[in-house]
Design a protein around this ligand. Structure first.
Ligand code: SAJ
Length: 433
């Protein structure tokens, strides 16, 4: 089948490769000329080795990256749906643009599939009317479905094939046709949703569920600290119960899914309550990190802090919406009311002296103000260190060498990945979430 994938960012790229590696003739359309050029030259933008191999295999088959949209039997839309921070709403402009482009190339009998994560109702209420501009009727003249992606960054190539998929069309025939397309390709189970809106809702519910459960663990971490006990010891023990499975606390939730998707559920609904609270709990964990720092340092003012880890989670290179970036921003722009000690002594701004950032997986990029330095530079002269991503590499940091480089002896381990006993033996005041 001739397939045109619209948007070859990391999900579109993987999806295009999946179809090309399974005998389909795939054009991967993206308006970004540099991206297409790099792909054509055999340089996919990914740090995941198995995904790179998978894409290279697809390029050897029938995968053609292109800046042109083509007529195809099936159009798969994998464009971004950015989140508008202030309104907490999804920006659907890329979906709308993709819909207009598809409409220009749509023929009777074609299939259209939306994979992007979108608020419930988008396929039926937003995309279908745009496609109807082709003077074809959705459902009757072409099929239209939502098939959300659920891959975990860091493990995309595997999850793309092995995860279950949820598929919901705007009518039964659309659902049937889409299931028939994906079924031979994926090893997970395909689940039929009653309609496209349910499929959209399910995807968002999965991420909201995880966010709420992490918020529960994070709230327990703060409560446990009030009682002077370790939340992790308590959670491990609580989890011995066969029906309890509490997640891990940390400095908050990052990435481009969990901090955002729960809000999409509220795009056309006023009923969010617990889900909204969970968002606040998770975002508030940076305050807790700062409180831990304040407890250990006599004052944050003029303190030099090394932040280790701005990736959104351990061992990935993606820094989008990460707790580490939030911490850096807060430390450098703190207002007095935002931290207990500063608020107590009335009114002066207490931004710390300097913040240096090290992350072995993330590179400095021109679009952010953050300069990523090597470990020694980050630690040199620092009064305190905060570990803000669970990278394995941080477990290899030698406390004796860190102590030699640093002026102070404070470490806040927000994922509890370091060996507290060893760091304490080297004279560190060690605090953890
Ligand atoms: N985190 C914790 N404690 C935990 C687990 C995670 O603080 O116990 C934090 C992580 O450090 C990270 C954030 O949560 O900052 C998100 O990490 P994650 O591994 O939970 O999830 P993502 O964002 O990498 O991917 C999620 C996944 N969704 C679910 O597990 C329901 C993935 O399967 C989806 O495909 C992906 O969102 C997506 O694209 O929507």
């Amino acid at each position: 089948m001739k397939i045109c994938v619209h948007g070859i960012g990391y999900i579109g790229l993987a999806t295009a490769a999946l179809f090309a590696n399974n005998g389909h003739d795939v054009v991967g359309y993206d308006p970004n000329e540099k991206l297409v050029e790099e792909l054509r030259a055999g340089n996919p933008r990914t740090t995941e080795d198995d995904l790179r191999e998978y894409v290279l295999d697809a390029l050897d088959e029938d995968f053609e990256p292109s800046n042109e949209v083509v007529e195809a039997d099936c159009h798969i839309i994998c464009v971004p749906t950015p989140y508008e921070e202030e309104s907490k709403r999804a920006d659907l402009s890329y979906v709308e643009m993709a819909g207009q482009t598809v409409a220009e190339h749509l023929r009777e009998g074609d299939m259209v599939i939306l994979e992007s994560t979108v608020p419930p109702g988008t396929t039926e209420e937003v995309l279908a009317p745009i496609l109807a501009a082709a003077e074809l009727t959705p459902g009757r003249d072409f099929s239209l479905s939502h098939c959300p992606e659920t891959v975990l960054p860091g493990n995309i190539a595997h999850e793309l094939v092995h995860n279950d998929r949820i598929i919901g069309g705007i009518d039964d025939e659309s659902t049937d046709k889409t299931i028939a397309l994906y079924d031979p390709l994926v090893e997970g189970t395909i689940h039929r949703a009653p309609d496209a809106t349910t499929a959209e809702f399910v995807k968002l519910s999965q991420n909201a569920y995880r966010d709420v459960n992490i918020a529960f663990a994070n709230e327990l971490a703060r409560v446990a600290a009030d009682y002077g006990i370790s939340s992790r010891d308590a959670i491990d023990l609580a989890n011995v119960h066969p029906r309890v499975d509490i997640l891990n606390p940390g400095p908050g939730v990052g990435g481009h899914c969990l901090p955002i998707d729960p809000w999409f559920l509220g795009q056309f609904s006023d009923s969010l309550n617990l889900i909204e609270s969970a968002r606040r709990v998770n975002d508030g964990m940076i305050d807790f990190v700062i409180e831990l720092l304040e407890d250990e340092l006599s004052s944050l003012e003029n303190a030099d802090i090394a932040v280790l880890g701005v990736a959104y989670k351990g061992n990935v290179d993606d820094a989008r919406h990460s707790p580490g970036l939030r911490l850096v921003e807060r430390l450098t722009t703190m207002e007095p009311r935002e931290v207990g000690a500063a608020a107590a002594d009335g009114g002066q701004t207490r931004a710390c002296g300097s913040v240096r950032v090290h992350d072995p997986h993330v590179e400095s990029d021109e679009s952010s103000d953050i300069d990523i330095v090597d470990l020694e530079t980050a630690l040199d002269g620092a009064d305190a260190v905060v570990v803000c991503a669970g990278h394995d590499a941080f477990c290899d940091i030698n406390p004796a060498e860190a102590a030699d480089l640093m002026d102070g002896r404070v470490i806040v381990d927000s994922f509890s990945i370091l060996d507290a006993v060893t760091w304490r033996e080297h004279g560190f005041d060690y605090a953890a979430i």
